[in-house]
Each structure stands twice: as structure tokens, then as C-alpha cells.
Write a protein that binds this ligand. Structure first.
Ligand code: NAD
Ligand code: DAU
Length: 355
């Protein structure tokens, strides 16, 4: 498979931007990347600011909402898109509880629009890779792990919208023969993650001696994967994965939330030092009301990906978390930018208003 014009959606978000940096570093990737992103609060053009200078005409960016079908059609035609790697989504569970509508629009309608554009390309279209989540499988008890055969039981509007998009992707493969692959991944962490998610939020709050809100009893379990390992898994699946198949991706690192927060407190104490008169940052931990419908435990069996495609995660949690804490401490300007209220105004000046 020789992809020439790869459409990356959501390439200014956390995983999408890491993926663009990652794929351009691969010597065997010779194609163009066309990054489309609506630049919501979570999309940051600075995440890929160096790419245009480094790769010139091999990189293009368009500010487009995937719910805007005519604009999508134009991009598919103008850039002769022959493959899609689809990251764009509303991704935060807490926001889906407060405002589910954007999740239904972007995650379901947006994915449908992309599938329709891909289908219209006919035989020349090579691959639609859909990025999804382990949350579609619901919640586990103390034992067991999600496999690709686990029935879907989403519990939040976010995971329900992702489940819906997964089903659409599957149906376009079965009904129309669209070449698809699908990956369901566990919790990612690393550089460029918007500081609403557990790990960057706790790093920055700890740094600034603000309270560290742990939901419920702090014993909910997630499986953690360093973002670059996820990028490698995605590219491996795109290259070698069987069309029409789903692959689970995970980090083999199950941890209770409280253990992660304590670990972060100790690392921030170590790297940033303690302010005079301040106690260890673990004292900032505050138990708060639980998230409604909070899934208790996720664990992911990714043996299919290991057996069929020889992929395993490379980064340990201990080294990955150290890298991540260092990155946030060294990128205070990035943090200040994504937190400022002027930021959306700046985006509009640079890229114009969305229709
Ligand atoms: P993110 O929130 O950091 O980035 C999402 C990106 O999509 C942003 O750049 C945003 O501007 C863009 N976007 C949102 N709505 C759009 C629209 N209507 N049109 C065009 N662009 C739009 O998300 P992320 O954490 O990078 O997640 C990327 C994908 O990976 C999502 O599909 C998510 O469901 C999936 N995923 C995430 C994780 C995780 O731990 N973060 C784990 C498994 C799967
Ligand atoms: O499992 C994959 C999913 O991981 C992705 O599909 C989602 O896009 C991504 O956001 C993530 O979902 P989670 O809900 O697991 O991530 P979050 O960082 O929001 O929360 C991780 C855990 O930490 C969860 O059990 C809730 C808890 N938490 C979170 C926040 C933000 C807290 O205790 N306090 C907090 O302030």
C-alpha cells in the first residue's frame, strides 16, 4: 500500500499532532499529510507549528469542521485523498456529561461525513483508519480484560458516540467494501495533552499548589499508554492490519488513579522543588464527588495486535511519566497559551471564523 495523500483529522489535538510528528519521522513514509481540524478548545496549531517548515509541500493544513460536508468534499477532491486517519473527536468524558450535543455531532455525524467522502472515491481509496477507545466496552469488575470480542456497553455520552462511530465504520466495510481498520485504545498520556485530562491537570495544579481533585475513592483503574507507542501501533495497523478488522491497543499498565496522582506529586516535588513553607504536594489531594456513570476499571487485552502484527508498547510508565512531567514544566508558554481566554480570538484572527 503506497499512500500518497493522507487526510489526518484532528491533527492539532493531542494524539493527532503526536501522530503527524511521528509519521514524518518514518523514512518509509513519502506521502503528503493534509491535516484538517476545526481548532476547538482542544485543537492547537502550535502543536504542529514546526511541521510546515520542516516538510514544506508535504504538509497542508485546513481549518475545517468535519460536520461541514461540502468543505470535506472539496478537500477530498483538491488533495486527491487516498487514505484517512481519523482522530477528530470531542474526547473528554466530563464535557460529554455537561454538553452531549457536540459529541453526537462531531463523533457520529462527522465520522459519517468522512465515510461518505471516502466511499465516493471508489476503487482508488486505499484505507480509512478509525481511532477509537476502550471505553466503548463499558466497565470491568476486578478481573478480566476487554478483547475485540467483548460486547459494546458504553456508559457515557462520549463512549456512546464513539461506539456509534465504530459501528458506522464497520458497516461501511461490510456493506460497501470500504477498506477500513479500527483501533480501540486505552488512556494515553504524553506531550501536548490538553490540561483537562487527569495527568496534565494534576501536573499543572501540583506545580501551582492548587487542589488535586480525585473523583470518588480514587480507586478507579485505567490502563496507560505513552502516546508515541499509540502512534506506532496506529501506523503498524494501517500498514499491516487486516482490512475490516479491529485491534485493541494498550499499555499493560493498570493503575488506580490515586497511585498516579501521588506519583505526580512526588515527581513535581522532585523537579520543581518545594516552595518555602509548603508541605509535600501529596497534601493537595482532595477527594471530590464522583463522575456520574464513572467506569470502575478498564483493562485491555492487546494480544491480537502482538500476535498478528508484532507490536508491543516500548515505554515504561515510570519513564513515560517522567518525560511527561518534564515536558509540561519545560513548556510553560504552551500551557499559558492553551489556558488563556484570548486564545480563541487569536485563532479567529489567524484562520477566520468558522461558518
Ligand atoms: P483531543 O481532544 O486532544 O483532540 C481532538 C481534536 O479534534 C482537536 O484538535 C479538535 O480541534 C479536533 N476536533 C474536534 N471537533 C472537530 C470537528 N467537528 N471537526 C474537526 N476537528 C475537530 O483528543 P485526543 O485525546 O487527541 O483524541 C484523539 C482521538 O483518539 C479521539 O477520537 C479519541 O476518541 C481517541 N482516543 C483518545 C484517547 C486518549 O486517552 N486521549 C484514548 C483512546 C482513543
Ligand atoms: O480509555 C480511553 C479514554 O481515556 C479516551 O477515550 C478519552 O478520550 C480520554 O479522555 C480518557 O478518558 P478518561 O475518562 O479515562 O480520562 P480522564 O483523564 O478524564 O480521567 C482518567 C481517570 O481519572 C478517570 O477515572 C477519572 C479520573 N479523574 C479525572 C479528572 C479529570 C479524576 O479523578 N479527577 C479529575 O480531575
Amino acid at each position: 500500500m503506497k499512500i500518497q495523500n493522507l487526510l489526518v483529522t484532528g491533527g492539532c489535538g493531542f494524539i493527532g499532532s503526536n501522530f503527524i510528528h511521528y509519521i514524518f519521522r518514518q523514512p518509509d513514509f513519502e506521502g503528503r499529510i493534509i491535516n484538517i481540524d476545526a481548532l476547538t478548545y482542544a485543537g492547537n496549531p502550535f502543536n504542529v507549528a514546526t511541521v510546515k517548515d520542516a516538510y514544506g509541500e508535504r504538509y497542508h493544513f485546513r481549518r475545517i469542521d468535519i460536520c461541514d460536508f461540502p468543505s470535506l468534499e472539496s478537500v477530498f477532491a483538491d488533495f486527491e485523498i487516498d487514505a484517512v486517519c481519523h482522530f477528530a473527536a470531542e474526547s473528554h468524558v466530563d464535557r460529554s456529561i455537561k454538553r452531549p450535543d457536540a459529541f453526537v455531532n462531531t463523533n457520529i455525524i462527522g465520522t459519517f461525513n468522512l465515510l461518505e467522502c471516502a466511499r465516493s472515491k471508489g476503487e482508488e481509496f486505499l484505507l480509512f483508519h478509525h481511532i477509537s477507545t476502550d471505553e466503548v466496552y463499558g466497565s470491568l469488575g476486578p478481573d478480566g480484560a476487554f478483547t475485540e470480542e467483548t460486547p459494546y456497553r458504553p456508559n457515557s455520552p462520549y463512549s456512546a458516540s464513539k461506539a456509534s462511530s465504530d459501528h458506522l465504520v464497520r458497516s461501511y466495510n461490510r456493506t460497501f467494501g470500504l477498506p477500513t481498520t479500527l483501533s480501540n485504545c486505552s488512556n494515553n498520556y504524553g506531550p501536548y495533552q490538553f490540561p483537562e485530562k487527569l495527568i496534565p491537570l494534576m501536573i499543572l495544579n501540583a506545580l501551582e499548589y492548587q487542589s488535586l481533585p480525585v473523583y470518588g475513592d480514587g480507586k478507579n483503574v485505567r490502563d496507560w499508554l505513552y502516546v508515541e507507542d499509540h502512534c506506532e501501533a496506529i501506523l503498524t495497523i494501517m500498514k499491516q492490519g487486516r482490512r475490516g478488522e479491529t485491534y485493541n491497543v494498550g499499555g499493560a499498565t493498570e493503575l488506580e488513579n490515586i497511585a498516579i496522582v501521588e506519583n505526580i506529586c512526588d515527581l513535581v516535588d522532585e523537579y520543581a522543588g518545594r516552595r518555602a513553607g509548603k508541605a509535600a504536594r501529596r497534601h493537595l489531594i482532595t477527594y471530590v464527588a464522583d463522575r456520574p456513570g464513572h467506569d470502575r476499571r478498564y483493562a485491555i487485552d492487546f494480544s491480537k495486535l502482538t500476535t498478528e502484527l508484532d507490536w508491543i508498547p516500548r515505554e515504561t510508565f515510570s519513564s513515560g511519566l517522567r518525560k511527561t512531567v518534564s515536558w509540561y514544566l519545560e513548556h510553560r508558554n504552551w500551557v499559558a497559551d492553551v489556558r488563556t481566554k484570548d486564545y480563541q480570538r487569536w485563532i479567529e484572527q489567524q484562520y477566520g471564523r468558522m461558518p
